[in-house]
Write a protein that binds this ligand. Structure first.
Ligand code: IPM
Ligand code: MG
Length: 358
């Protein structure tokens, strides 16, 4: 029997609550499927670790998880620690050195969940946003000088490389091709960002030539927000820069009903390093410790992890169980307007796994 080694990094805030729920569900799924098992190693990195050690993860942290098959991540963020410290100290400290350059964010209106868009009930909104995850506006290039003086200056340089843009375009076109509608929207801002995003557009056109069966179009990011709201049915797969896609994916999650259900995969497609799976909601201090966090974003991320590990039947069974549970409003957490608690949703998904056919 195949045993997958999973590194679980719950992190901070509700991350700890939803990752515990996710691990319970994965164990139940493995027991039901029978063909594979999980070996879970938990790492207590994050804000509390920072308070004890002055860093978000140990110096050899990446070495400790380097040979795991996948990483299940909760969230990083702490009320007492600046956000850029928690982000760069943990999540980006894993994503970037492990070259998880393709961030994949599917969005659908799951059964039982209401979109704030009046005309959207289900099939009109079925998207995958591909976020460039290694460079662009998150390259970390820049600096700050003369702090506190009137002449203080600061820069954040968005850095784009041909290699980085080519690989994310190829990934996005291939993903679009694998989906029934074979349609890709390349998001850009090459009117204002007149160097890097012009290169981005040129590379999109070059890569498109290798995918004649994919219908693609180009859209400025501001206009894209409008199209997502007004004509969601015209969108299928989307590729955008690190920051543009960060913003668009929050909008996408809200349009699908709640940030609490949105999953993400940080993929190293070449599999030289482990890939990382996480809900996109963040640590949500306002509800942490209350037991009301929505675990669906983590469960759906676990589905993406199973797909990546090569367990398609387990992935389908878990997704079926998730949809069965969201279909019942009794299992909606407060972010979805319900009164269910994390444990109720978790228990319901575990029960549905037992009954669900793959
Ligand atoms: C996301 C999040 C992160 C990001 C935050 C938590 C730093 O918003 O995954 O979308 O900006 O990348
Ligand atoms: Mg975000």
């Amino acid at each position: 029997m195949k045993t997958y080694k999973i590194a679980a990094i719950p992190g901070d805030g509700i991350g700890t609550e939803v990752v515990s729920a996710g691990l319970e569900v994965l164990e139940a799924l493995a027991a039901r499927e029978g063909g594979f098992a999980f070996h879970i190693d938990r790492f207590d990195w994050g804000g509390a670790y920072y308070k004890r050690h002055g860093r978000m993860m140990p110096a050899d942290g990446r070495e400790q998880i380097r040979n795991h098959d996948a990483i299940l991540f909760g969230s990083a963020g702490h009320p007492d620690i600046p956000d850029h410290v928690t982000l760069w100290g943990l999540r980006l400290a894993i994503c970037q050195p492990f070259d998880q350059y393709a961030n994949v964010r599917p969005t659908r209106v799951l059964p039982g969940i209401t979109s704030p868009l009046r005309h959207v009930a289900g099939p009109e909104l079925d998207w995958v946003i591909v976020r460039e995850n290694s460079e662009g506006e998150y390259a970390g290039v820049g600096g700050r000088v003369h702090q506190g003086l009137p002449i203080e200056a600061a820069t954040d340089v968005a850095m784009f490389t041909r290699a980085g843009v080519e690989r994310i375009m190829r990934f996005a076109f291939a993903l679009a091709r694998s989906r029934p509608r074979k349609r890709l929207t390349v998001v850009t801002k090459s009117n204002a960002q007149r160097h890097a995003l012009v290169m981005w557009d040129e590379i999109a056109a070059e890569v498109a030539a290798g995918f004649p069966d994919v219908a693609w179009d180009k859209m400025l990011v501001d206009a894209m927000t409008m199209r997502m709201v007004m004509r969601p049915e015209t969108i299928d797969t989307v590729v955008a820069t690190n920051l543009h896609a960060d913003i668009l994916s929050d909008l996408a999650a809200a349009l699908a009903g709640s940030l609490g259900i949105a999953p993400t995969a940080n993929l190293n497609p070449e599999r030289q390093f482990p890939s990382m799976f996480e809900p996109i909601h963040g640590s949500a201090f306002d509800i942490m410790g209350k037991g009301i966090a929505n675990p669906i974003g983590t469960f759906w991320s676990a589905v993406m992890m199973l797909e990546h590990l090569g367990e398609p039947s387990g992935a389908v069974r878990l997704m079926t169980a998730i949809e069965r549970v969201t279909a019942n409003p009794a299992f909606h957490t407060p972010d979805l307007g319900g009164r269910a608690r994390t444990v109720d949703v978790t228990r319901a998904v575990i029960d549905a796994i037992a009954g669900a056919n793959a």
